[in-house]
Design a protein around this ligand. Structure first.
Ligand code: ADP
Ligand code: MG
Ligand code: MG
Length: 304
């Protein structure tokens, strides 16, 4: 079971010194669903971006740690003891992603004529290569024994792919399993990147990315915004499937309570002015629906 832990995280805009986060404490374990709620401008997206390592923000104080257990990655028998605790602030964004911390990526606008399938396979292979480098060292020679040393259970020999890569046929199989899990139309994956996806399709894409990359912790920022009720239900089912079928921990960032009717959080965290101001169970989200964020503000200020 993986845990991501934010301890007293302070962050500011990299260009300049405007403080946005003033000591955020948050812990998410795989298999759990956490809702991070708060009014606009409270620092929710900044929190997601500092977890992912976005260069626009500097963390000036505090820690972001990732704790792994020996068997956290399918296909790896045992993560070495020396590679079980990570200071994410020391790692590049792609390295954090390789260790299973997922924040949806935007498809680069300039890519033409690349199918979703090819793009996702490339992303998965890049992630696996980076991950094994981090876990087992910079063993980058083309030695045929590398994958055996790295504890692979599956044969890297299938298909025309390079050693250790997920080949075309193997990936097709994986993709159809994941699309079935998410109840998505198989045709979806044959579409070209940026070929006029609707808002709802982009959100479903985000869930599909997470299903393919099998993160330990997925951060989903406002995945519910602008969705009609049917699409919201589909996206919510997908998030539940990530948790139930692959044990992903989810940090669900949302302004509104609505999606939480379909994705029940274990814990609700409410952010105000760059700090977690209040925490509770699912009932807290319902209370918010009735009373609004001003109620939280009053509670916090009255208590102070
Ligand atoms: P939320 O996602 O909760 O709406 P954000 O994390 O996006 O809030 O923003 C929190 C505060 O930080 C806002 O006041 C916003 O204007 C400010 N902020 C965020 N990113 C930047 C940036 N890159 N440059 C300047 N101010 C920023
Ligand atoms: Mg700065
Ligand atoms: Mg935001």
């Amino acid at each position: 079971m993986a845990t991501i832990e934010l301890k007293n995280v302070h962050a500011e805009v990299a260009e300049g010194d405007e403080q946005i986060l003033h000591g955020v404490d948050l812990e998410v374990k795989s298999g759990e669903i956490h809702a991070l709620m708060g009014p606009n401008g409270s620092g929710k997206s900044t929190t997601s971006k500092v977890i992912a390592g976005h260069p626009a923000y500097d963390v000036t104080e505090g820690d972001i740690l990732l704790h792994l257990e020996a068997d956290d990655f399918d296909g790896i028998d045992e993560i070495p003891e020396s590679a079980r605790t990570w200071d994410l602030l020391e790692l590049e964004p792609n390295e954090r992603a390789a260790l299973g911390v997922f924040l949806a990526f935007q498809y680069p606008a300039e890519i033409e004529g690349v199918t979703m399938t090819n793009f996702l396979r490339t992303a998965l292979n890049a992630k696996l290569e980076e991950r094994d480098e981090l876990l087992f060292g910079e063993d980058e020679d083309e030695d045929e024994d590398d994958e055996a040393d790295a504890g692979y259970e599956t044969s890297p020999m299938e298909g025309p792919a390079d050693e250790g890569e997920v080949g075309v046929a193997e990936f097709q199989q994986l993709l159809s399993e994941k699309m079935e899990l998410l109840d998505m139309d198989a045709k979806f994956a044959q579409r070209y990147l940026n070929a006029g996806f609707s808002g709802g399709e982009k959100k479903q894409n985000e869930v599909l990315q997470a299903a393919i990359l099998e993160p330990t912790i997925a951060v989903l920022d406002e995945i519910d915004s602008g969705l009609d009720i049917d699409r919201l239900q589909d996206v919510a089912d997908g998030i539940n499937a990530l948790r139930d079928e692959q044990g992903t921990g989810v940090l669900q960032i949302t302004h509104y309570q609505r999606i939480l009717d379909y994705v029940e959080p274990d814990t609700v965290h409410i952010m105000l002015d760059g700090e977690i101001a209040m925490e509770g169970g699912p009932e807290l989200a319902e209370k918010l629906e009735d009373k609004g964020y001003d109620w939280v503000r009053e509670q916090v200020y009255n208590a102070a």
